[in-house]
Ligand binder design. Structure first.
Ligand code: ZN
Length: 220
């Protein structure tokens, strides 16, 4: 992964002219190492997603409690402001997704289990998460699966022009995960080692489970 957490790769926000940001200002997905993020921010090496201007420190976002596989963690994302357009951005670690309390790897394991044929109740039991929460993830991903498939297929071919075609699977849900996995593998080869679900968070600008444009958000 580029140290600057490149924003030149496609995201939902750029797809087909639509702008899928949650709220007025989009998140900027950054390294999971806060020391690295701070160093890049102070060095002026992070750029504003909409305009490409240099970001400068601008305090912190609120404290939040998020859940990894086994335990909750308290963290307080950095906030930055753009020296060009003056917008502020929350710098969210790519271990998370925008407006989701669970780590992207936890959510990702639920998506993979669903694609393998499991139902939301056993997935929730296996992960120790509320059934309603897991059902929400699966429904949202299912509703966005075609967008995810398109985004990550484009990303795959931009990262690896020699990549073979993605063969259709039994559902768009599975197709989307296949594209995501192939793009993640290409990202590791082309950019840097990175856990696949962190790559997915980064490449989707944290919006892997974002609501469609105009939808009312109801996340957990
Ligand atoms: Zn800007």
């Amino acid at each position: 992964m580029p140290r600057k957490c490149a924003t030149t790769l496609p995201s939902f926000g750029e797809q087909e002219g639509r702008h899928l940001v949650l709220g007025v200002h989009p998140m900027l997905m950054v390294d999971t190492d806060s020391v690295v993020v701070e160093r890049l921010l102070l060095a002026g090496e992070l750029t504003c997603p909409p305009c490409g201007g240099v970001l400068r420190p601008w305090g912190h976002a609120r404290w939040r409690s998020s859940r990894r596989e086994e335990a909750s963690v308290r963290h307080r994302p950095r906030r930055a402001s753009c020296t060009a357009c003056a917008k502020t951005h929350v710098l969210l670690s790519m271990a998370w997704l925008s407006r989701r309390a669970d780590g992207v790897s936890v959510i990702g394991s639920a998506l993979l289990a669903k694609a393998a044929g499991a139902g939301h109740r056993p997935i929730a039991a296996g992960l120790g998460r509320p059934t309603s929460t897991v059902r929400g993830w699966l429904r949202r991903f299912g509703a966005r699966a075609e967008d995810v498939r398109v985004l990550f297929t484009r990303l795959l071919h931009s990262l690896d022009p020699q990549a073979g075609p993605l063969l259709p699977r039994e559902s768009v849900f599975a197709d989307a995960l296949e594209a995501l996995g192939r793009a993640g593998a290409a990202g590791v080869r082309r950019l840097a080692p990175r856990p696949p679900w962190e790559f997915a968070s980064w490449a989707s600008a944290g919006l892997l489970l974002a609501p469609p444009v105009g939808a009312v958000s109801n996340t957990s």
